[in-house]
Design a binder for this molecule. Structure first.
Ligand SMILES: Nc1ncnc2c1ncn2[C@@H]1O[C@H](COP(=O)(O)OP(=O)(O)OP(=O)(O)O)[C@@H](O)[C@H]1O
Length: 224
């Protein structure tokens, strides 16, 4: 069943269908995310969480249906993607640049002046406990450190909607708490957080959990 989508939501999808490798992965899904809401996407490996996040971020064109940003179809105004940031499961960093350069390049691409980009990057890397690796090439960092740089990059962009794909998966207990605290804190400033996770604690600390099971059992849920 497709539920109505209001135009007031920060992000929504309506009758969204995604296909990959000749298969339907997401089938007619309607969801709505409020401004400042923190939502966990949970479900078994292969259930479609990454596919859904990538489509919501506007990086994968849907086979059917639409993604709406503040009620406006993303396919009609692609520039709305600027308000969306995605922390990729595989980080998506430029490995031959330093940690700081990765964050700065993203900020500069969004129109940030060089000095401001350096300041925001340093602040974000500090918050994610990777400041001491700021001048290290990404390829020299561990997986967990790279993941924290990827989170720092997304946070530095100060997006309206932050989509994060298993952002604590590579973290030890201490850094898992750091990443989680920083991600959850963005909601206080009105950013919507949608996080795919297998971690029950992440889900517990969100406002709402959406279970992504498999195509046959997908359910549409909207509203907190
Ligand atoms: N490019 C692709 N080509 C073929 N099949 C794909 C492609 N991308 C995803 N799939 C398939 O789509 C399904 C959903 O994959 P997806 O990565 O979205 O799941 P997930 O819930 O994020 O899994 P995990 O928890 O393991 O990260 C899987 O069966 C996967 O094999």
């Amino acid at each position: 069943m497709i539920q109505p989508v209001s135009t007031g939501s920060a992000l929504a999808c309506r009758a969204l269908t995604c296909r990959a490798g000749g298969r339907t992965i997401i089938d007619g899904l309607t969801l709505e995310f409020a401004s400042g809401e923190r939502v966990a996407l949970m479900g078994p490996s292969g259930s479609g969480k990454t596919t859904l996040l990538t489509t919501l971020a506007g990086l994968l064109p849907p086979a059917g249906g639409r993604v709406l940003v503040r009620g406006v179809p993303l396919d009609e105004q692609p520039e709305l993607r600027a308000g969306l940031a995605l922390v990729f499961q595989s980080y998506g960093l430029l490995t031959l640049l330093t940690a700081a350069e990765n964050v700065e390049v993203a900020l500069r691409a969004g129109g940030c002046a060089p000095g401001e980009a350096m300041r925001l990057a340093a602040d974000a890397l500090e918050r994610l406990r990777v400041a001491r690796f700021a001048d290290h090439l990404v390829e020299e960092l561990s997986g967990g450190q790279q993941q924290r740089v990827a989170v720092a990059r997304a946070l530095a962009l100060r997006p309206r909607v932050l989509l994060a794909d298993e952002p604590t998966a590579e973290q030890d207990a201490v850094h898992r708490a750091v990443v989680l605290d920083e991600l959850l804190a963005v909601a206080g400033g009105g950013t919507t957080l949608v996080v795919a996770t297998h971690d029950p604690e992440v889900a517990e600390r969100c406002d709402r959990v959406i279970e992504v099971r498999d195509v046959a059992r997908q359910r549409s849920r909207s509203g907190p």
